[in-house]
Design a protein. Structure first.
Length: 101
């Protein structure tokens, strides 16, 4: 449990002003991340967290210095809302990078 507190503190510094449940969802996703290359990650879905797709891909764009996720697709229901709020797939990748793992 206190590992979770450490993870939350790491993540709060990078992504402030989220609810506790948001941080906890990012932590649950940590083990689902597979790095495909320096700026691309594959995430296994967690149906318990409401994931409906086979997988998610998070990308880091060096030009805009921002992350995008395939759940931000405009065709996806709620996609643009999720982009505005930052999804927990991206949050999980940010946490993984912060932990250096
Ligand atoms: Zn996402």
């Amino acid at each position: 449990m206190h590992k979770n507190i450490e993870y939350i503190m790491v993540l709060v510094r990078r992504v402030p002003n989220k609810k506790l449940s948001w941080y906890l969802r990012c932590i649950k996703r940590l083990e689902t991340i597979v790095e495909l290359d320096k700026n691309t990650w594959y995430l296994r879905p967690l149906p318990k967290l409401g994931d409906r797709r086979q997988y998610y891909i998070v990308r880091y764009d060096e030009k805009t210095e921002s992350f995008t996720c395939t759940c931000y697709d405009k065709s996806a229901i709620g996609g643009s809302i999720r982009k505005l709020k930052m999804c927990t797939h991206v949050g999980a990748v940010i946490l993984k990078l912060a932990l250096g793992s």
